[in-house]
Design a protein around this ligand. Structure first.
Ligand code: SF4
Length: 240
């Protein structure tokens, strides 16, 4: 299975001190296209290159549910037959009803939301939800203890741990490593890059004439995926 990440927006309704999007974060009303995705180009790109049987699509941000095209994007991907994951801060999940093949990954930002609200939002979500647990994250609270206590399903994530810890987690969870392809459509809808930051396709110039010019020869990620949290959380949630 392969993994396509689409960065729907760099805007967010939180202001986490640790935010990797911090310096790019703009208001959702900002007219520039950090908050815009061209669904026509996206659907052409997907139709040609991203087989729904072989790819899971993860929507992220910023906070992806704030994007004006969030619901149309989910509807498009559902119609095209993709499995969809959404990485969210758990504030806005019920903006959309139940969708087949849609799962949420909820990251708890304890400086921005108390645990009771986080847990309630997960329990009340219309779609399947998992909390995201970062094993080595230096926070005051041990999130895993709380997730267990409140019976919140969670997936491990893999940003910070060393190879040894990561290998142990994979072994414990019985996750086999199989080579996969992982690409990102970045800020927003203009460029797709593979996991090794090679250009995959330039959606801005995407036409049926030039689309294959942008595909790198070596597309498959064959490295040990310590820095591919997208693969790590999706393989746990979808089992593929
Ligand atoms: S929820 Fe995520 S995107 Fe939003 S401010 Fe926090 S870290 Fe950044």
């Amino acid at each position: 299975m392969n993994y396509l990440t689409i960065v729907l927006t760099s805007s967010c309704n939180f202001k986490c001190p640790e935010c990797p999007m911090g310096e790019y974060r703009k208001s959702i009303e900002d007219p520039r296209n950090y908050n815009y995705i061209n669904l026509e180009k996206l659907s052409e790109f997907l139709r040609d290159l991203i087989d729904p049987c072989e790819w899971i699509i993860e929507l992220t941000g910023g906070e992806p549910t704030l994007c004006k095209e969030y619901i149309p994007t989910i509807n498009l991907l559902t119609k095209m037959g993709y499995r969809i994951s959404v990485l969210t801060n758990a504030t806005n999940m019920n903006v959309i009803g139940r969708h087949p093949n849609l799962k949420y990954f909820c990251t708890w930002h304890e400086t921005q939301m108390d645990f009771k609200t986080f847990s309630k939002n997960i329990q009340n979500c219309n779609n399947e939800c998992y909390a995201v647990y970062y094993p080595n994250k230096k926070t005051e609270t041990d999130a895993k203890v709380l997730f267990d206590l409140y019976s919140i399903p969670y997936v491990y994530c893999s940003w910070n741990e060393d190879l040894f810890t990561f290998g142990n987690i994979m072994e414990k969870l019985k996750i086999p490593y199989v080579p996969f392809e992982s690409i990102t459509i970045n800020n927003v809808g203009e460029v797709a890059v593979c996991a090794k930051m090679k250009p995959y396709a330039n959606l801005y110039n995407y036409t049926s004439k030039n689309k294959y010019d942008f595909i790198p020869k070596q597309k498959t990620c064959t490295g040990f995926p310590t820095i591919c949290p997208v693969w790590f959380r999706n393989i746990q949630a979808w089992g593929v």
